[in-house]
Design a protein around this ligand. Sequence first.
Ligand code: IFM
Length: 453
Amino acid sequence: MANKIIFPENFFWGAATASYQIEGAWDKHGKGESTWDRFTHTQGNIKNNDTGDVADDHYRLWKKDIALMKRLGLKSYRFSISWPRILPAGRGEVNKKGLDFYSKLVDALLDAGIIPFATLYHWDLPQTLEDEGGWVVRSTAEAFADYANVVSRALGDRVKNWITQNEPAVVAWLGYEMGVHAPGLKDHPKAMRAAHNLLLSHGMAVPIIKRNSGNAEVGITLNIGWKVPASISKLDRDLAQKDDGKWFRWFVDPVYGRGYPSDMVEHFTKLGALPGGLDFVKESDMDAIAAPIDFIGINYYNRIVHRSNDTDNEPQLVFPKPRTPENWTEMEWENYPEGLTGVLARVYFNYNPFKIYITENGASYSTPPDEKGNVPDELRTNYLRTHLAAAHRAIQAGVPLAGYFVWSLLDNFEWSFGYGQRFGIIWVDYKTQKRTLKDSAKWYKSVIKKNGF
Ligand code: IFM
């Protein structure tokens, strides 16, 4: 008989979503326009010109969605709050209907025995703030602190787990440097400022949330891939190191009080991305960013093998797996569970967080319902099983992993890819909004029940 994998007692078995990806109701009940509303309403930005206008219609169907969570036995649910639903103009007047929506959601989760994990920012910035410069300007970080104050005062008596920012690297680089996410800018120097203001907003919000929400735990979610050089050559090693520096160390180092990594300051300077040096960093900023946090959230999906195409390069030693559906998801991301053990160990042993949550992990496979109405998504189940086993290995090595949130509860709007990519453990028929538990959801339910497999 295969060895059993049993997780620690009180492990938080969860699922995650984000406001723009599921809620719809983009202009209902006083909600303001977000950068993603503007970006998706501009033709040519998104595959098939899909928008989040309706998405999973969760704003209307949330009670049914909580019933599904209960059916799965989820212990916790990670959702995000739409800033322009609460503060339509980004700051100032509060939209009571918006706050009520989340307040009722939280009450219903608690009634269902599901612990709410609220993320304050999963990318839908009020467009009014973008019009003033968005994350490139410091006043957006200040507005975020006010927003965090409003939300944590309203929900902080019941929400005790808070995530400030989700994947600030993605916001800064994809949104302001590469232009494939809202607001669609391609300006590296501006992206450097955006990255800093995102981090600053996190640091400013932490003490505010702690003040408003007694005994709350507060953290940040960062994305991290398993980045390896394709050979031992300096060329490949440099590529891997720089990519990791850009996407992870630039964010995690300041959060843990180490400031911006010097090799990356040098690298960004060479690229011309820091024309004025770090002139946008004010004296107290780095202390603010390093505000003590209770946990770090890790979003892990895949491995990236770095290979320089320089003709003088060494022979390649590390190869991505062959391109089969088992090995590569439909996002064209390599399925590499060992990397999850690696990143968890690295984060714990290098930065010593008190606690780690895997705040996202999952796979995009579009397996549709069969004639009996089942969704036989073994590829996803296999991905989840192998990644959970990898997470368990990290726990055995001493990593204080306290929970796992599968991405995602529902199929949803996958940013620039529109609705073509499906990460859900629940199938969503976008025409009828019918939800169907996929086989992976049924498997996950049994894992939660047995606290392992
Ligand atoms: O859908 C996204 C999510 O919003 C942030 N992390 C990665 C997921 C898959 O791309």
